[in-house]
Design a protein around this ligand. Sequence first.
Ligand code: PDD
Length: 280
Amino acid sequence: MSAIGWYNGTLGKPDEMTVPMNDRAVYFGDGCYEACVAFGTRVFALEAHFDRFFNSLRALEIPFRTDRAALKAILTDCLKAANEPCAVLYWQASRATAPRTHAFPEGGEPNLLVTVTPKTLLPPERTLRLVTTEDVRYAMCNVKTLNLIPNILANEHAKRSGADEAVFVRDGLVTEGSHTNVYILKDGVLYTHPADNRILPGVTRRILLGLCREIGVPVAERAFTGDELIKADEVLITSSTLGVRRAETVDGVPVGGRAETIFNRIASAYERIFSKEMRA
Ligand code: PDD
């Protein structure tokens, strides 16, 4: 099969399916989402994505009534219908379908939209080119809302610059990427921005920090500057779809390459967890 779309119980081809104009996702982006990697019906770190999804729903006060088990059953049905060896599983919940008023509408049930899109993962050795850009986002970056305008503008800027990803810098400090988390290795320590309201608490980040502690790589959740990024022993990028990767340039300047052994230990530890879960 190929890409699959699902909306409130109807399955079809995403390009051909329609959603009501009054779905609040359409005119307000009033909802939240998750994106994961799936091999067949096996989803990597699904429970961690559920944790974050239900946290986002709580933060937005969306009265989503589908519980984890029911949601998992819907997602599995979509994955079965797509029957793809490797895909991105995406789902979003919006508050309701109702005429446009800023305050929450009276009544109305949340909407659930799911897509399964075939995906070819980048080979693990592929390094990334980064560009820095000002972080103009708001103070709710910890909630995975549908409001991604600064992220898409930043990522388009990266693309136009011949790079793979844009790295946000706020008041001189690196926060995260347009759709990734960012880290540096310096003198054997892994640094990354604390999981506060300035970044999304990445599922890959959570796994990475846990396994660094396991394999004895010290972790410091403290923000670093753009200058520290350039001078780092290694620059690391993570996301569900990219896994754990090394950056090769920032704004066209070569970076890292000075702590390859530690990077390789971290990346192989992640690869082991990923393969184990996806083969189990
Ligand atoms: N993006 N930061 C931002 C702003 C993100 O959008 C993402 C994920 C991450 C990494 O989170 P995780 O490790 O849970 O994927 C960090 C997804 C992949 C997306 O929007 O498609």
